[in-house]
Design a protein around this ligand. Structure first.
Ligand code: AMP
Length: 175
């Protein structure tokens, strides 16, 4: 297990000063293009989430879609996209949030989550936790509940999980 984690960490590229000075960007494209690392990351992330009791995967644009759909398929769950404003075609709800580097909004289709559904909220990276918190706000706004949050990468030094207090926060690779 530890060897697999180290293999995945090696497959992720650090890009300093992207998208702005001072940010070390965790670039997962180097992991995605490696067939062994891609499969291992999907399998380990899915097994980490298997006990969360989720009824839907809710994933955040855009890298969250990649890992979220792999996890949804492995757990036999449906997939719900949370997207940047103006991308989803049907009636939406919107939530605003602060990024590690800026501010943005997210949208979800109004009929994507039914009252009482348990969402597994997936993204590639948790930094400050603002993005994931906004996704949770969208889920609960539709009457759903958060089963757990799941991230491939947790930037622990930013303590994003404090923003998600009261919920289970799962992550595979911690820095
Ligand atoms: P936050 O809302 O601060 O937790 O930021 C999380 C979102 O921003 C995720 O969708 C990440 O893809 C992206 N992000 C933030 N910081 C980084 C980073 N250092 N490397 C890669 N992605 C990041």
């Amino acid at each position: 297990m530890q060897a697999a984690i180290e293999e995945l960490k090696k497959a992720i590229r650090d890009v300093p000063d992207f998208p702005k000075p001072g940010i070390v960007f965790k670039d997962v494209t180097t992991l995605l293009k490696d067939p062994s690392a891609l499969r291992t990351s999907a399998e380990l992330l899915a097994s980490l989430c298997a006990g969360a009791g989720a009824t839907k995967v809710v994933a955040i644009e855009s890298r969250g879609f990649i890992f979220g759909s792999l996890v949804a398929d492995r757990l036999g769950l449906g997939f719900v996209p949370v997207r940047k404003p103006g991308k989803l075609p049907a009636k939406c709800r919107r939530a605003s949030y602060a990024l590690e580097y800026g501010e943005d909004s997210l949208e979800i289709h109004e009929d994507a989550i039914l009252p009482g559904e348990r969402a597994l909220i997936v993204d590639d990276v948790i930094a400050t936790g603002g993005t994931a918190a906004a996704a949770a706000e969208l889920v609960t706004g539709l009457g759903g509940r958060v089963a757990a949050f799941a991230f491939l990468i947790e930037l622990g030094f930013l303590n994003g999980r404090a923003r998600l207090e009261g919920h289970e926060v799962l992550s595979l690779l911690r820095y």
